[in-house]
Design a protein around this ligand. Structure first.
Ligand SMILES: [Zn+2]
Length: 354
């Protein structure tokens, strides 16, 4: 018998309870057990479990279905648990990223038994680690039917603003070659590090675009993020590699983005290292527009890559919307104003009831 979650607690107190049951990535089991038990006790939900991911669905036969999703894991605890409530601010690991959002999702699951759209609640594991372990990605591969919906809200911290879509990202290695020689007889060789000069010049002169997609502005970027070369202090290097990261607007496919990078480095040996697609915000769809109208505020483009892209890949437009300042995520002094958690819950509840 594990810990019992009390979904009748106000969202801030439930957030504290969730945080105090520490769940760094890979250790979500006890929390997932508690979430599953709490959701199974609610008669109006059908509950599925895959690994440490719990999915709960209403089945009211509504014409539309929406997803509310949040991850159960956190980055490692940094001597910042148990939580502490001080003057309306809850301090501790997970308060921002993202057990405030999880608490709101659980409260809505328990207390909105007859929403206007059917709702699928997703609480998943291993978001804060390498992509292959991501619970949402695993469910998307193994049970895509569990995630089928018209619209998804990922309750990641966004300071309670709607953040739509995200840029795609890819990394390439631009490889330079030369001829090795003793540096005392340098004229016998050809220096691969010097050959990187024009590559860096192209990066320095590159003017990234800002691309408007479905009404939101996505700022692209093309940057060197690494450089390696040289084997000893007396050898002219015959190899040098510049690692370049391209953040591209969600109106471009990964293939188009790679073509663009190859054009920028025309004449060079460019090798793809990894890539992840962007996600369109989908705010032109009525179901998304209704969400923005219900929760209020001015939507903005999401800067970093997030799991909304996994929904987009399934054909489900998705936005980020949740309590907490994303700049405090993962910080040792992670903390959230409890009023923001309550406001998010009230707005999402009004949206679901509409
Ligand atoms: Zn997160």
């Amino acid at each position: 018998m594990g810990i019992v979650l009390d979904l009748d607690l106000p969202a801030p107190a439930l957030t504290a309870q969730l945080c105090d049951l520490a769940s760094p990535s890979g250790e979500e089991g006890p929390l997932a057990d508690a979430v599953e038990a709490a959701l199974r006790s609610l008669g109006h939900l059908t509950v599925h479990r895959d690994g440490d991911t719990v999915v709960a669905r209403t089945a009211l036969g509504r014409p539309t279905r929406v997803v509310l999703a949040g991850h159960l894991d956190t980055v490692p605890v940094a001597a910042n648990l148990p939580t502490r409530l001080d003057d309306g601010v809850l301090w501790g690991r997970g308060t921002v990223d993202m057990k405030g959002g999880v608490a709101v999702g659980l409260r809505l699951a328990a207390h909105v038994p007859a929403p206007a759209s059917d709702v699928t609640y997703v609480f998943y594991d291993n978001e804060e680690v390498e992509a292959e372990r991501n619970g949402l990605g695993r469910v998307a591969r193994q049970h895509p039917d569990w995630l089928a919906a018209d619209f998804a809200v990922l309750m990641e911290p966004s300071s309670a603003a709607v953040e739509g879509g995200c840029n795609g990202t890819l990394r390439v290695a631009v490889q330079l070659t030369g001829t090795a020689a003793h540096s005392a007889r340098w004229w016998m060789g050809s220096n691969a590090i010097h050959a990187a000069g024009p590559v860096l010049q192209r990066l320095a002169e590159y003017r990234p675009a800002t691309v408007t997609v479905d009404g939101l502005d996505y700022r692209e970027g093309l940057n060197a993020v690494g450089i390696s070369g040289g084997i000893a202090g007396n050898v002219i290097p015959d190899r040098c590699e510049v690692t370049v990261n391209y953040r591209f607007a969600p109106s471009h496919t990964e293939a188009e983005a790679l073509d663009h990078v190859r054009q920028v480095f025309d004449g060079y040996d460019v090798r793809l290292l990894d890539t992840a697609p962007g996600a369109r915000p989908g705010l032109d769809r009525p179901v998304a527009a209704a969400f923005v109208a219900a929760v209020g505020g001015e939507p903005r483009a999401k800067v970093g890559w997030t799991d909304v892209a996994r929904f987009d890949a399934l054909g489900v437009p998705a936005v980020n919307y949740g309590p907490g300042d994303p700049q405090l995520a993962h910080a040792d002094d992670e903390r959230v104003h409890v009023a923001e958690i309550e406001a998010c819950e009230a707005r999402l509840r009004a949206w679901l009831a509409a």
